[in-house]
Design a protein around this ligand. Structure first.
Ligand SMILES: [Fe+2]
Length: 135
């Protein structure tokens, strides 16, 4: 599977959030880099767990800004974060348990979700926060 390549089209205009998105891309790329490597399931779930935790931390950052600046789409945006969290926690708990390689559906989901979420959903707040003076 091709890794995610970060370019300026991914930038939401807020440095802190861009850095966090880059870290998530890095983590998902790390999983993609291991897709055909057979490792013990513990290693796989460790990386996936780490990614899930970081995603949670990142969503919190975004949501705090949304609350602070009264972002109108806050609730529907938060819902998307929650859905991703539920899904990845489920991946961690069930699917990973006895696997030696990372199932392709998981990688496809993580990659597609993140790219779509940044480019289509997060991008909606770009001009809103810019107007509020956030950089
Ligand atoms: Fe988001």
């Amino acid at each position: 599977m091709e890794k995610i390549i970060w370019d300026e089209s991914f930038s939401v205009g807020i440095q802190e959030i861009d850095e966090q998105h880059k870290e998530l891309v890095r983590m998902i790329n790390k999983l993609i880099g291991r897709e055909d490597i057979s490792v013990d399931s513990e290693t796989i779930s460790d990386i996936l767990n780490e990614m899930t935790q970081y995603a949670g931390y990142h969503f919190q950052t975004e949501e705090q800004y949304m609350i602070e600046y009264d972002y109108p789409d806050y609730l529907s945006h938060k819902k998307q974060h929650t859905e991703f969290k539920k899904k990845t926690v489920a991946f961690c708990l069930d699917t990973m348990s006895y696997k030696e390689t990372i199932p392709k559906e998981i990688l496809t989901y993580l990659k597609t979700w993140l790219v779509h979420h940044i480019l289509k959903v997060d991008m909606k707040y770009k001009s809103f926060f810019k107007e509020k003076g956030l950089r």
